[in-house]
Design a protein around this ligand. Structure first.
Ligand code: PRX
Length: 566
Protein backbone atom coordinates (compact mmCIF):
# COMPACT_ATOMS: atom_id res chain seq x y z
CA UNK A 1 0.00 0.00 0.00
CA UNK A 2 1.29 3.47 -0.83
CA UNK A 3 -0.12 6.98 -1.08
CA UNK A 4 0.22 6.93 -4.82
CA UNK A 5 0.58 4.32 -7.49
CA UNK A 6 1.90 5.63 -10.75
CA UNK A 7 -1.23 4.74 -12.62
CA UNK A 8 -3.67 6.26 -10.14
CA UNK A 9 -6.04 8.81 -11.63
CA UNK A 10 -4.83 11.11 -8.88
CA UNK A 11 -1.43 11.08 -10.51
CA UNK A 12 -2.55 11.48 -14.09
CA UNK A 13 -4.72 14.51 -13.47
CA UNK A 14 -2.60 16.14 -10.80
CA UNK A 15 -2.37 19.91 -10.54
CA UNK A 16 -0.52 21.84 -7.85
CA UNK A 17 -3.81 23.25 -6.75
CA UNK A 18 -4.83 19.74 -5.60
CA UNK A 19 -2.01 19.89 -3.10
CA UNK A 20 -2.97 23.42 -2.01
CA UNK A 21 -6.52 22.15 -1.42
CA UNK A 22 -5.23 19.37 0.84
CA UNK A 23 -3.53 22.09 2.87
CA UNK A 24 -6.88 23.91 2.90
CA UNK A 25 -5.52 26.88 0.99
CA UNK A 26 -7.86 28.80 -1.28
CA UNK A 27 -6.66 29.69 -4.74
CA UNK A 28 -3.70 32.07 -4.56
CA UNK A 29 -3.82 31.96 -0.80
CA UNK A 30 -0.81 31.21 1.37
CA UNK A 31 -0.44 30.41 5.01
CA UNK A 32 2.66 30.68 7.10
CA UNK A 33 4.80 27.52 6.93
CA UNK A 34 5.30 27.82 10.70
CA UNK A 35 1.53 27.62 11.19
CA UNK A 36 1.01 24.81 8.66
CA UNK A 37 3.69 22.66 10.30
CA UNK A 38 2.51 23.02 13.91
CA UNK A 39 -0.75 24.87 14.76
CA UNK A 40 -2.66 23.32 11.86
CA UNK A 41 -1.67 19.81 12.89
CA UNK A 42 -2.81 20.55 16.47
CA UNK A 43 -6.11 21.95 15.16
CA UNK A 44 -6.62 18.61 13.41
CA UNK A 45 -6.52 16.89 16.78
CA UNK A 46 -2.90 15.70 16.73
CA UNK A 47 -1.57 18.07 19.42
CA UNK A 48 -0.49 15.18 21.63
CA UNK A 49 1.09 13.22 18.80
CA UNK A 50 4.90 13.10 18.74
CA UNK A 51 6.36 15.48 16.20
CA UNK A 52 10.02 14.87 17.06
CA UNK A 53 11.96 12.05 18.66
CA UNK A 54 15.48 13.37 19.10
CA UNK A 55 18.57 11.44 20.14
CA UNK A 56 21.94 13.03 20.80
CA UNK A 57 25.35 11.51 20.28
CA UNK A 58 25.74 10.87 24.00
CA UNK A 59 22.51 8.86 24.09
CA UNK A 60 20.27 11.67 25.37
CA UNK A 61 16.65 11.52 24.23
CA UNK A 62 14.21 14.42 23.92
CA UNK A 63 10.63 14.11 22.67
CA UNK A 64 8.27 16.84 21.50
CA UNK A 65 4.58 16.63 20.64
CA UNK A 66 3.01 18.82 17.98
CA UNK A 67 1.66 20.97 20.77
CA UNK A 68 5.18 21.32 22.18
CA UNK A 69 6.60 22.47 18.86
CA UNK A 70 3.67 24.86 18.45
CA UNK A 71 4.30 26.45 21.87
CA UNK A 72 8.08 26.52 21.59
CA UNK A 73 8.01 28.01 18.08
CA UNK A 74 5.51 30.61 19.31
CA UNK A 75 7.96 31.45 22.09
CA UNK A 76 10.83 31.80 19.64
CA UNK A 77 8.73 34.09 17.42
CA UNK A 78 7.74 36.17 20.44
CA UNK A 79 11.36 36.41 21.56
CA UNK A 80 12.63 37.49 18.12
CA UNK A 81 9.99 40.19 17.85
CA UNK A 82 10.87 41.36 21.37
CA UNK A 83 14.47 41.81 20.24
CA UNK A 84 13.26 44.19 17.58
CA UNK A 85 13.70 41.79 14.68
CA UNK A 86 11.33 42.50 11.81
CA UNK A 87 9.63 40.48 9.07
CA UNK A 88 12.07 40.05 6.21
CA UNK A 89 15.13 40.09 8.48
CA UNK A 90 17.53 37.23 7.91
CA UNK A 91 17.96 35.04 10.96
CA UNK A 92 20.68 32.45 10.70
CA UNK A 93 20.54 29.02 12.36
CA UNK A 94 24.04 27.71 13.00
CA UNK A 95 23.74 24.63 15.16
CA UNK A 96 24.19 20.90 15.18
CA UNK A 97 21.06 18.82 14.68
CA UNK A 98 19.51 19.71 18.04
CA UNK A 99 15.77 20.23 18.69
CA UNK A 100 16.27 24.00 18.95
CA UNK A 101 17.34 24.05 15.30
CA UNK A 102 14.18 22.37 14.05
CA UNK A 103 11.80 24.30 16.26
CA UNK A 104 13.36 27.77 15.93
CA UNK A 105 13.11 27.26 12.16
CA UNK A 106 9.32 27.43 12.57
CA UNK A 107 9.69 30.31 15.04
CA UNK A 108 11.58 32.48 12.56
CA UNK A 109 8.93 31.81 9.90
CA UNK A 110 6.09 32.55 12.30
CA UNK A 111 7.37 36.09 12.89
CA UNK A 112 7.94 36.66 9.18
CA UNK A 113 11.71 36.35 9.25
CA UNK A 114 13.76 34.67 6.55
CA UNK A 115 15.54 31.57 7.86
CA UNK A 116 19.15 31.20 6.82
CA UNK A 117 20.26 27.71 7.84
CA UNK A 118 24.01 27.15 7.74
CA UNK A 119 25.86 23.88 8.21
CA UNK A 120 27.42 23.90 11.69
CA UNK A 121 30.71 22.45 10.42
CA UNK A 122 31.37 25.56 8.33
CA UNK A 123 34.59 27.33 9.17
CA UNK A 124 34.86 31.07 9.78
CA UNK A 125 35.45 32.03 6.18
CA UNK A 126 32.48 30.03 4.90
CA UNK A 127 30.31 31.55 7.61
CA UNK A 128 31.53 35.09 6.99
CA UNK A 129 30.87 34.96 3.24
CA UNK A 130 27.29 33.81 3.71
CA UNK A 131 26.34 36.07 6.61
CA UNK A 132 27.92 39.07 4.96
CA UNK A 133 26.09 38.38 1.70
CA UNK A 134 22.71 38.00 3.40
CA UNK A 135 23.28 40.96 5.77
CA UNK A 136 21.97 38.72 8.51
CA UNK A 137 20.56 40.43 11.63
CA UNK A 138 20.69 37.56 14.13
CA UNK A 139 22.32 34.19 14.51
CA UNK A 140 21.25 31.33 16.75
CA UNK A 141 24.07 29.08 17.77
CA UNK A 142 25.51 27.03 20.62
CA UNK A 143 28.57 27.39 22.87
CA UNK A 144 30.40 24.90 20.68
CA UNK A 145 30.14 27.08 17.56
CA UNK A 146 29.99 30.58 19.09
CA UNK A 147 33.75 31.05 18.84
CA UNK A 148 33.60 31.04 15.05
CA UNK A 149 30.98 33.79 15.15
CA UNK A 150 32.98 35.84 17.66
CA UNK A 151 36.06 35.77 15.48
CA UNK A 152 34.27 37.29 12.47
CA UNK A 153 31.88 39.62 14.26
CA UNK A 154 33.93 42.76 13.63
CA UNK A 155 33.44 42.28 9.91
CA UNK A 156 29.66 41.99 10.25
CA UNK A 157 28.21 45.33 11.38
CA UNK A 158 24.63 44.21 10.65
CA UNK A 159 24.82 41.17 12.92
CA UNK A 160 23.17 42.61 16.03
CA UNK A 161 22.18 39.49 17.94
CA UNK A 162 24.15 36.36 18.73
CA UNK A 163 21.75 34.09 20.54
CA UNK A 164 23.32 31.15 22.34
CA UNK A 165 20.68 28.53 22.99
CA UNK A 166 22.60 26.32 25.43
CA UNK A 167 24.23 28.86 27.74
CA UNK A 168 23.01 30.75 30.75
CA UNK A 169 23.83 34.02 32.47
CA UNK A 170 26.16 36.73 31.30
CA UNK A 171 28.19 36.12 28.18
CA UNK A 172 31.52 37.68 27.34
CA UNK A 173 31.04 38.73 23.78
CA UNK A 174 29.55 41.74 22.06
CA UNK A 175 25.86 41.41 21.03
CA UNK A 176 25.56 38.06 22.80
CA UNK A 177 22.49 36.85 24.65
CA UNK A 178 21.19 33.51 25.87
CA UNK A 179 17.87 31.86 25.24
CA UNK A 180 16.77 28.55 26.69
CA UNK A 181 13.94 26.94 24.75
CA UNK A 182 13.14 24.63 27.65
CA UNK A 183 13.08 27.40 30.26
CA UNK A 184 11.44 30.16 28.24
CA UNK A 185 7.80 30.74 29.22
CA UNK A 186 5.35 28.93 26.94
CA UNK A 187 3.54 31.27 24.59
CA UNK A 188 0.01 30.08 23.89
CA UNK A 189 -0.71 32.71 21.30
CA UNK A 190 1.45 34.70 18.96
CA UNK A 191 0.45 36.84 15.99
CA UNK A 192 1.66 34.68 13.17
CA UNK A 193 2.91 36.82 10.32
CA UNK A 194 0.25 36.81 7.59
CA UNK A 195 2.13 35.75 4.50
CA UNK A 196 1.39 36.10 0.79
CA UNK A 197 2.31 33.23 -1.54
CA UNK A 198 5.48 35.11 -2.52
CA UNK A 199 6.61 36.09 0.99
CA UNK A 200 10.24 34.92 1.40
CA UNK A 201 10.75 32.00 3.78
CA UNK A 202 14.13 30.28 3.53
CA UNK A 203 17.49 31.39 2.16
CA UNK A 204 19.73 28.43 1.35
CA UNK A 205 23.29 29.06 0.20
CA UNK A 206 24.62 26.85 -2.57
CA UNK A 207 27.88 26.78 -4.49
CA UNK A 208 28.41 27.43 -8.17
CA UNK A 209 31.52 27.25 -10.34
CA UNK A 210 32.31 30.92 -10.23
CA UNK A 211 31.96 33.55 -7.59
CA UNK A 212 30.92 33.18 -4.01
CA UNK A 213 28.11 30.89 -2.85
CA UNK A 214 24.68 32.17 -3.80
CA UNK A 215 21.60 32.40 -1.63
CA UNK A 216 18.65 30.62 -3.24
CA UNK A 217 15.56 32.39 -1.94
CA UNK A 218 12.37 30.41 -1.31
CA UNK A 219 8.84 31.53 -0.46
CA UNK A 220 6.02 30.39 1.82
CA UNK A 221 3.99 28.81 -1.01
CA UNK A 222 6.85 26.34 -1.54
CA UNK A 223 5.12 24.15 1.01
CA UNK A 224 2.54 23.20 -1.62
CA UNK A 225 5.26 21.21 -3.41
CA UNK A 226 7.11 20.03 -0.30
CA UNK A 227 3.92 18.72 1.31
CA UNK A 228 2.76 16.66 -1.67
CA UNK A 229 6.18 15.31 -2.62
CA UNK A 230 6.74 14.23 0.99
CA UNK A 231 3.37 12.50 0.83
CA UNK A 232 3.76 10.84 -2.55
CA UNK A 233 7.50 10.32 -3.05
CA UNK A 234 8.55 9.71 0.56
CA UNK A 235 5.14 8.08 0.88
CA UNK A 236 4.60 9.52 4.37
CA UNK A 237 1.51 8.28 6.17
CA UNK A 238 0.12 9.25 9.55
CA UNK A 239 1.50 6.28 11.47
CA UNK A 240 5.02 6.53 10.03
CA UNK A 241 8.22 7.12 11.96
CA UNK A 242 10.33 8.98 9.46
CA UNK A 243 14.08 9.51 9.51
CA UNK A 244 15.82 12.00 7.23
CA UNK A 245 19.57 11.72 7.76
CA UNK A 246 20.31 15.12 6.18
CA UNK A 247 21.40 18.17 8.15
CA UNK A 248 19.10 21.24 7.90
CA UNK A 249 22.18 23.23 6.90
CA UNK A 250 21.36 21.81 3.48
CA UNK A 251 18.08 21.93 1.64
CA UNK A 252 17.18 18.25 2.14
CA UNK A 253 17.25 18.83 5.89
CA UNK A 254 14.70 21.64 5.66
CA UNK A 255 12.38 20.70 2.77
CA UNK A 256 12.22 17.06 3.92
CA UNK A 257 13.69 17.27 7.42
CA UNK A 258 11.18 19.88 8.66
CA UNK A 259 8.55 21.16 6.23
CA UNK A 260 7.62 17.94 4.40
CA UNK A 261 7.14 15.64 7.39
CA UNK A 262 5.61 18.17 9.78
CA UNK A 263 3.12 19.53 7.25
CA UNK A 264 2.02 15.89 6.88
CA UNK A 265 1.63 15.48 10.65
CA UNK A 266 4.21 12.69 10.75
CA UNK A 267 6.49 11.77 13.66
CA UNK A 268 10.08 12.23 12.72
CA UNK A 269 13.17 10.87 14.38
CA UNK A 270 16.42 12.86 14.37
CA UNK A 271 19.81 11.47 15.32
CA UNK A 272 22.51 14.03 16.04
CA UNK A 273 25.50 11.93 15.07
CA UNK A 274 27.61 11.41 12.00
CA UNK A 275 27.70 8.22 10.03
CA UNK A 276 27.99 4.93 11.92
CA UNK A 277 26.66 1.66 10.52
CA UNK A 278 26.00 0.05 13.89
CA UNK A 279 24.54 3.15 15.53
CA UNK A 280 22.33 3.90 12.55
CA UNK A 281 20.88 0.40 12.44
CA UNK A 282 20.35 0.43 16.19
CA UNK A 283 18.55 3.78 15.86
CA UNK A 284 16.19 2.35 13.25
CA UNK A 285 15.53 -0.69 15.42
CA UNK A 286 14.97 1.34 18.62
CA UNK A 287 12.64 3.84 17.07
CA UNK A 288 10.90 1.46 14.66
CA UNK A 289 11.71 3.79 11.73
CA UNK A 290 9.41 3.08 8.78
CA UNK A 291 10.53 5.60 6.14
CA UNK A 292 14.19 6.39 5.66
CA UNK A 293 15.55 9.20 3.47
CA UNK A 294 19.32 9.05 3.02
CA UNK A 295 22.11 9.47 0.49
CA UNK A 296 24.25 7.28 -1.78
CA UNK A 297 27.48 7.94 0.14
CA UNK A 298 25.86 6.58 3.30
CA UNK A 299 24.47 3.60 1.39
CA UNK A 300 27.92 2.84 -0.03
CA UNK A 301 29.36 2.94 3.50
CA UNK A 302 26.64 0.57 4.69
CA UNK A 303 27.39 -1.73 1.78
CA UNK A 304 30.99 -1.97 2.95
CA UNK A 305 29.81 -3.53 6.21
CA UNK A 306 27.70 -6.01 4.29
CA UNK A 307 24.42 -7.77 4.90
CA UNK A 308 25.93 -9.38 8.04
CA UNK A 309 25.77 -6.01 9.82
CA UNK A 310 22.14 -5.57 8.77
CA UNK A 311 21.21 -9.01 10.07
CA UNK A 312 22.33 -8.17 13.60
CA UNK A 313 19.35 -5.82 13.94
CA UNK A 314 15.62 -6.05 13.59
CA UNK A 315 14.99 -3.60 10.77
CA UNK A 316 11.63 -5.11 9.84
CA UNK A 317 9.89 -1.78 10.57
CA UNK A 318 11.39 -0.25 7.39
CA UNK A 319 8.70 0.20 4.76
CA UNK A 320 10.10 2.68 2.24
CA UNK A 321 13.65 3.84 1.41
CA UNK A 322 14.60 6.90 -0.62
CA UNK A 323 17.93 8.41 -1.63
CA UNK A 324 19.06 11.85 -2.77
CA UNK A 325 22.03 14.05 -3.51
CA UNK A 326 24.23 12.04 -5.85
CA UNK A 327 23.84 9.38 -8.48
CA UNK A 328 22.45 6.24 -6.86
CA UNK A 329 24.41 3.46 -8.48
CA UNK A 330 22.60 0.36 -9.67
CA UNK A 331 24.67 -1.81 -7.27
CA UNK A 332 23.35 0.16 -4.29
CA UNK A 333 19.76 -0.45 -5.35
CA UNK A 334 20.39 -4.15 -5.87
CA UNK A 335 22.27 -4.45 -2.58
CA UNK A 336 19.54 -2.69 -0.63
CA UNK A 337 16.97 -5.16 -1.97
CA UNK A 338 19.16 -7.95 -0.71
CA UNK A 339 19.95 -6.30 2.62
CA UNK A 340 16.65 -4.65 3.56
CA UNK A 341 14.24 -6.55 1.33
CA UNK A 342 13.41 -3.34 -0.50
CA UNK A 343 15.19 -1.04 -2.90
CA UNK A 344 16.28 2.53 -2.32
CA UNK A 345 14.18 4.81 -4.54
CA UNK A 346 16.16 7.61 -6.15
CA UNK A 347 15.02 11.24 -5.98
CA UNK A 348 16.62 14.09 -7.88
CA UNK A 349 16.33 17.76 -7.06
CA UNK A 350 18.37 20.79 -5.97
CA UNK A 351 18.54 23.67 -3.55
CA UNK A 352 17.04 25.75 -6.35
CA UNK A 353 14.11 23.42 -7.09
CA UNK A 354 13.10 23.32 -3.41
CA UNK A 355 11.41 19.94 -3.81
CA UNK A 356 11.86 16.62 -5.59
CA UNK A 357 11.41 16.99 -9.35
CA UNK A 358 12.49 13.62 -10.82
CA UNK A 359 12.04 10.39 -8.93
CA UNK A 360 11.16 6.73 -8.65
CA UNK A 361 7.69 6.84 -7.13
CA UNK A 362 6.38 4.06 -5.06
CA UNK A 363 4.50 2.03 -7.63
CA UNK A 364 6.80 2.88 -10.51
CA UNK A 365 8.95 0.03 -11.76
CA UNK A 366 12.52 0.77 -10.70
CA UNK A 367 15.22 0.62 -13.29
CA UNK A 368 18.36 0.35 -11.18
CA UNK A 369 20.66 3.26 -12.01
CA UNK A 370 17.91 5.55 -13.31
CA UNK A 371 16.56 8.51 -11.33
CA UNK A 372 12.99 7.74 -12.42
CA UNK A 373 10.47 10.09 -13.99
CA UNK A 374 9.31 13.67 -13.56
CA UNK A 375 7.03 14.31 -10.60
CA UNK A 376 3.42 15.08 -11.63
CA UNK A 377 3.13 18.83 -12.18
CA UNK A 378 6.78 19.06 -13.25
CA UNK A 379 7.62 19.29 -16.94
CA UNK A 380 11.17 17.97 -17.27
CA UNK A 381 13.24 17.24 -20.33
CA UNK A 382 16.79 17.36 -21.61
CA UNK A 383 17.80 20.14 -24.01
CA UNK A 384 20.61 20.60 -26.48
CA UNK A 385 23.48 22.47 -24.86
CA UNK A 386 23.82 25.03 -27.64
CA UNK A 387 20.28 25.52 -28.94
CA UNK A 388 18.47 24.77 -25.65
CA UNK A 389 15.79 22.99 -27.68
CA UNK A 390 14.41 19.74 -26.21
CA UNK A 391 16.19 16.67 -27.50
CA UNK A 392 13.71 14.36 -29.15
CA UNK A 393 16.10 11.50 -29.82
CA UNK A 394 15.83 8.80 -27.17
CA UNK A 395 18.98 8.22 -25.16
CA UNK A 396 20.83 11.36 -26.32
CA UNK A 397 22.58 13.23 -23.52
CA UNK A 398 21.49 16.83 -22.89
CA UNK A 399 21.03 19.34 -20.10
CA UNK A 400 18.28 18.66 -17.57
CA UNK A 401 15.69 21.40 -18.04
CA UNK A 402 12.48 22.17 -16.16
CA UNK A 403 9.50 24.34 -17.16
CA UNK A 404 9.38 27.10 -14.53
CA UNK A 405 6.32 27.56 -12.38
CA UNK A 406 6.22 24.84 -9.71
CA UNK A 407 5.51 26.22 -6.22
CA UNK A 408 8.84 25.50 -4.53
CA UNK A 409 11.09 26.87 -7.24
CA UNK A 410 13.59 29.42 -5.93
CA UNK A 411 12.58 32.99 -6.72
CA UNK A 412 16.01 34.53 -7.09
CA UNK A 413 19.58 34.38 -5.88
CA UNK A 414 19.92 36.88 -3.06
CA UNK A 415 20.99 40.19 -4.63
CA UNK A 416 22.17 38.34 -7.69
CA UNK A 417 19.45 38.63 -10.30
CA UNK A 418 21.94 38.36 -13.13
CA UNK A 419 23.17 34.89 -12.20
CA UNK A 420 19.56 33.88 -11.55
CA UNK A 421 18.45 35.00 -14.98
CA UNK A 422 21.36 33.18 -16.57
CA UNK A 423 19.86 29.92 -15.36
CA UNK A 424 16.97 30.30 -17.81
CA UNK A 425 17.25 29.67 -21.52
CA UNK A 426 14.40 29.63 -24.03
CA UNK A 427 11.82 29.34 -21.28
CA UNK A 428 13.57 26.45 -19.49
CA UNK A 429 15.25 26.45 -16.11
CA UNK A 430 18.58 24.67 -16.53
CA UNK A 431 19.63 22.57 -13.54
CA UNK A 432 23.30 22.43 -14.57
CA UNK A 433 23.27 18.63 -14.87
CA UNK A 434 23.46 16.29 -17.85
CA UNK A 435 21.22 13.28 -18.41
CA UNK A 436 19.47 11.22 -21.05
CA UNK A 437 15.88 10.02 -21.22
CA UNK A 438 15.01 6.50 -22.34
CA UNK A 439 12.03 5.35 -24.38
CA UNK A 440 9.89 4.97 -21.26
CA UNK A 441 10.58 8.49 -19.99
CA UNK A 442 13.14 7.47 -17.32
CA UNK A 443 15.97 9.91 -16.65
CA UNK A 444 19.55 8.62 -16.51
CA UNK A 445 22.00 10.97 -14.78
CA UNK A 446 25.32 11.55 -16.54
CA UNK A 447 27.12 14.28 -14.61
CA UNK A 448 27.28 17.95 -13.81
CA UNK A 449 27.60 20.47 -16.57
CA UNK A 450 29.89 22.75 -14.59
CA UNK A 451 32.96 22.53 -12.35
CA UNK A 452 31.05 22.14 -9.10
CA UNK A 453 32.31 19.20 -7.04
CA UNK A 454 29.75 16.84 -5.51
CA UNK A 455 31.44 15.21 -2.55
CA UNK A 456 29.30 12.88 -0.47
CA UNK A 457 26.21 14.63 -1.80
CA UNK A 458 27.41 18.12 -0.90
CA UNK A 459 28.15 20.67 -3.55
CA UNK A 460 31.47 22.41 -3.20
CA UNK A 461 32.36 25.36 -5.40
CA UNK A 462 35.97 25.39 -6.61
CA UNK A 463 36.07 29.15 -6.15
CA UNK A 464 35.91 29.00 -2.35
CA UNK A 465 38.73 26.48 -2.16
CA UNK A 466 40.90 28.32 -4.66
CA UNK A 467 40.36 31.63 -2.85
CA UNK A 468 41.46 30.07 0.42
CA UNK A 469 44.55 28.58 -1.25
CA UNK A 470 45.47 31.88 -2.87
CA UNK A 471 45.67 33.55 0.50
CA UNK A 472 48.65 31.37 1.38
CA UNK A 473 51.90 33.23 0.80
CA UNK A 474 53.41 30.47 -1.39
CA UNK A 475 50.50 29.96 -3.75
CA UNK A 476 50.58 31.71 -7.13
CA UNK A 477 47.57 30.02 -8.67
CA UNK A 478 45.35 27.08 -7.93
CA UNK A 479 42.53 24.94 -9.25
CA UNK A 480 40.22 22.62 -7.36
CA UNK A 481 38.54 19.69 -9.08
CA UNK A 482 36.74 16.51 -8.08
CA UNK A 483 38.65 13.24 -8.30
CA UNK A 484 36.96 9.84 -8.14
CA UNK A 485 36.42 8.23 -4.76
CA UNK A 486 34.79 4.86 -4.12
CA UNK A 487 32.70 6.09 -1.19
CA UNK A 488 32.15 9.84 -1.57
CA UNK A 489 31.85 9.67 -5.36
CA UNK A 490 34.25 12.61 -5.58
CA UNK A 491 36.73 14.21 -3.23
CA UNK A 492 38.47 17.53 -3.71
CA UNK A 493 41.90 17.61 -5.28
CA UNK A 494 43.79 20.89 -5.55
CA UNK A 495 46.44 21.77 -8.10
CA UNK A 496 48.82 24.48 -6.95
CA UNK A 497 51.46 26.48 -8.83
CA UNK A 498 53.93 28.12 -6.46
CA UNK A 499 55.31 31.65 -6.41
CA UNK A 500 58.98 32.12 -7.30
CA UNK A 501 61.19 31.33 -4.35
CA UNK A 502 59.02 28.44 -3.12
CA UNK A 503 59.53 24.83 -4.05
CA UNK A 504 57.26 21.83 -3.59
CA UNK A 505 57.76 19.74 -0.45
CA UNK A 506 55.63 17.69 1.89
CA UNK A 507 56.23 20.27 4.62
CA UNK A 508 54.86 23.00 2.42
CA UNK A 509 51.86 20.83 1.51
CA UNK A 510 51.13 20.32 5.21
CA UNK A 511 51.52 24.02 5.88
CA UNK A 512 49.05 24.88 3.11
CA UNK A 513 46.60 22.24 4.35
CA UNK A 514 46.73 23.61 7.90
CA UNK A 515 46.33 27.13 6.59
CA UNK A 516 43.15 26.43 4.62
CA UNK A 517 41.65 24.08 7.21
CA UNK A 518 40.75 27.11 9.32
CA UNK A 519 38.90 28.69 6.43
CA UNK A 520 36.99 25.83 4.85
CA UNK A 521 34.39 23.35 5.99
CA UNK A 522 35.68 19.78 6.36
CA UNK A 523 33.77 18.79 3.23
CA UNK A 524 35.57 21.31 1.07
CA UNK A 525 39.05 20.31 2.27
CA UNK A 526 41.28 18.96 -0.49
CA UNK A 527 42.29 15.35 0.10
CA UNK A 528 45.33 15.89 -2.05
CA UNK A 529 47.47 18.76 -3.28
CA UNK A 530 49.48 18.35 -6.45
CA UNK A 531 52.16 20.92 -7.17
CA UNK A 532 52.39 21.85 -10.85
CA UNK A 533 54.62 24.37 -12.64
CA UNK A 534 51.56 26.13 -14.12
CA UNK A 535 47.87 25.54 -14.75
CA UNK A 536 46.24 24.99 -18.14
CA UNK A 537 44.33 28.09 -19.22
CA UNK A 538 42.13 29.32 -22.03
CA UNK A 539 43.43 32.09 -24.24
CA UNK A 540 41.41 34.53 -22.19
CA UNK A 541 43.21 33.34 -19.07
CA UNK A 542 40.51 31.19 -17.46
CA UNK A 543 41.81 28.09 -15.72
CA UNK A 544 40.62 24.96 -17.52
CA UNK A 545 39.52 22.81 -14.62
CA UNK A 546 37.80 20.55 -17.14
CA UNK A 547 41.20 19.36 -18.36
CA UNK A 548 42.54 18.66 -14.91
CA UNK A 549 39.35 16.87 -13.97
CA UNK A 550 39.32 14.71 -17.10
CA UNK A 551 42.83 13.54 -16.29
CA UNK A 552 41.78 12.50 -12.79
CA UNK A 553 38.85 10.52 -14.19
CA UNK A 554 40.92 8.98 -16.99
CA UNK A 555 38.67 10.57 -19.59
CA UNK A 556 39.23 11.96 -23.05
CA UNK A 557 40.45 15.51 -22.74
CA UNK A 558 38.07 16.87 -25.41
CA UNK A 559 38.33 20.18 -27.17
CA UNK A 560 41.52 21.97 -26.25
CA UNK A 561 41.47 24.50 -29.08
CA UNK A 562 41.18 27.38 -26.65
CA UNK A 563 44.07 26.15 -24.54
CA UNK A 564 46.85 28.67 -24.11
CA UNK A 565 49.96 28.31 -26.26
CA UNK A 566 52.81 26.82 -24.38
O1 PRX B 1 24.13 17.50 -9.45
C1 PRX B 1 22.90 17.14 -8.90
C2 PRX B 1 23.12 16.41 -7.59
O2 PRX B 1 23.12 17.39 -6.58
C3 PRX B 1 22.82 18.67 -7.15
C4 PRX B 1 21.98 19.48 -6.22
O3 PRX B 1 22.69 19.67 -5.04
P1 PRX B 1 22.08 20.58 -3.89
O4 PRX B 1 21.57 21.84 -4.47
O5 PRX B 1 23.09 20.66 -2.82
O6 PRX B 1 20.84 19.75 -3.40
C5 PRX B 1 21.08 18.47 -2.90
C6 PRX B 1 19.82 17.86 -2.37
C7 PRX B 1 18.64 17.95 -3.21
C8 PRX B 1 22.13 18.35 -8.46
O7 PRX B 1 22.19 19.44 -9.35
N1 PRX B 1 22.01 15.46 -7.33
C9 PRX B 1 20.96 15.60 -6.49
N2 PRX B 1 20.20 14.50 -6.51
C10 PRX B 1 20.75 13.64 -7.39
C11 PRX B 1 21.90 14.26 -7.91
N3 PRX B 1 22.69 13.67 -8.84
C12 PRX B 1 22.31 12.44 -9.25
N4 PRX B 1 21.22 11.78 -8.79
C13 PRX B 1 20.42 12.34 -7.85
N5 PRX B 1 19.37 11.69 -7.39
Amino acid sequence: MSNIGLYDDKYKNFEWNDSAKELELHENEAKNIGYLCSDRICEKGFGQKLALIWEGFKGEVRRYTYDDIRLHSNAFAHYFTGLGLKPGDRICLFMDKIPELYISFLGVLKMGGIVQPLFSAFGEEALLTRIDDAKTSAILTTKKHAGKVRRILDKLPELKHIIIVDAEGELPGKNEKTYSMEKAPKVEHVDIYPVEPETPSVLHYTSGTTGKPKGALHVHSSIIAQYITAKWVLDLMLDDIYWCTADPGWVTGTSYGIIGPWSNGVTQAVYDIGFSTEKWYAFIERNRVTVWYSAPTAIRLLMKEGVEAVNKYDLSSLRHLISVGEPLNAEAVIWSEKAFGKPFHDSYWQTETGSIVITNFPGLKIKAGSMGKAFPGITATVVNQSTFEPITETGMVGLIALKPGWPSMFRTYWHNKEVYENKFKKGWYLCGDRASIDNEGYFWFVGRDDDVINTAGHLVGPFEIESALLEHQAVAESAAVGKPDPINMEVVKAFVALKPGFSPSSDLELDIINFIRKKLSPLAMPQEIEFVPSLPKTRSGKIMRRLLRAKEWGQEIGDTSTLEDE
